[in-house]
Ligand binder design. Sequence first.
Ligand SMILES: [Zn+2]
Length: 302
Amino acid sequence: MQLGVIDIGGTFVKYAAVDGEGAFLFHGSVPTEAAQGGEALVAKVQRLCDELMEKVQLDGISISSAGQIDNVNGRVVFATDTLPGYTGTELAKRISVHTGLPVKAENDVNCTALGEYWKGAARGTKDFLCVTIGTGIGGALFLNGELYTGAQFSAGEIGHINLYPNGTPCTCGQRGCYEQYASSSALQQLVDARFGEGLELKGFFERVKAGNRDAVQVFEYWLDDLTTGLQTLVHLFNPELIVIGGGISAQGDFLQQAIRSSLEKKIMPNHRRSLQIKMAEHDNKSNLLGAAKKFLDDCGMG
Ligand SMILES: [Zn+2]
């Protein structure tokens, strides 16, 4: 079994060929150019599939995509204006007609969860949550051994938990959403406000780790909002594990320990004992692995 896997993100489209064990035969990436819209994006994915098919004999294609994805029919149920005209796209059908191959599609955070379950931090874990922290905050609910996607493939939108009624306006049209306070972008805004523009998060975290008082104060303010959101999730789902993905997971053990000690103070003792926090292990490849796992599962080969 050899699969073409594609991960459509807001900034990059990553693409790869993998075998049935998840070993990478080839991988690359190109800019998404999201502002050009859904049609241009479909054409781009079709070109990438052509490239993959020239390099490797493929048995199928699986796509991880931003937006809410009908993972049965491979259709985009909803995408925000960052990908204009993408809502309603018959993604799997269009790619299948172009390539003549079977095509599956799944939401990107769900793919992160599947990838980490198959080959990473969540191996062997039946109940876990995946929280991706980047420009926004994404969520996947892996419950009782499988993904839970809700009535309309839209469950796990944890970035839009209400943290502060009447707070900061959000891209979803509401105010005070979790991701306006606890995403990487929210942290960057706090950093800019305290230190002036030009200090990137990598440099900021170096200051935090060195014990710089201003930096620690900003970090703890952000961390408090982050773990208040996680507190709600832990009490709702009683997970064994929370996997933290997205760019912020590069902060590794330091962030893992900071989240754990802040969160432990906010959750009931019985939850405290059974809960683990881990950083995603496959970083920017877990979505591609998850897409492959989705295809294999759907074909009864997972
Ligand atoms: Zn929102």
